[in-house]
Write a protein that binds this ligand. Structure first.
Ligand SMILES: [Ca+2]
Length: 94
C-alpha cells in the first residue's frame, strides 16, 4: 500500500477504537469514555496493533504501572512494537 493511501477509520466521538492488527486490521473494540476504566478484552490484552482516538483517554499497563496519555485525534498504525504490546486497560484520565 502506498504511503498516504491509508484510510483512517471513523471512530465515534467520545470513543477510542482499537484494533488487534496493524493498519486498523484484525478485530476491533471500541472503548467509550463515559464508561470509564475498562480492562482490555482478552484478544486485546498486550495485543493492540493500531488505534484511532476520538476522545482523550489513557492507556494503562499494570505491574509495573505505566500510563500513556492519548489525545483526541491521535492514531497509530503500528502500535504493536510500542505500548500496544503491554496495554492492559483504558481509562478516562492518567
Ligand atoms: Ca500488560
Amino acid at each position: 500500500m502506498a504511503l498516504g493511501s491509508m484510510a483512517i477509520p471513523a471512530c465515534p466521538s467520545g470513543s477510542i477504537c482499537l484494533f488487534t492488527g496493524d493498519n486498523f486490521d484484525g478485530k476491533s473494540w471500541e472503548w467509550t469514555k463515559k464508561d470509564g476504566y475498562h480492562d482490555m478484552p482478552a484478544d486485546f490484552h498486550d495485543n493492540v496493533g493500531s488505534f484511532v482516538a476520538s476522545t482523550d483517554g489513557c492507556f494503562i499497563n499494570w505491574h509495573p504501572k505505566e500510563a500513556r496519555p492519548v489525545n483526541s485525534g491521535d492514531y497509530r498504525i503500528n502500535y504493536g512494537g510500542d505500548f500496544g504490546n503491554r496495554i492492559d486497560g483504558v481509562d478516562a484520565v492518567c
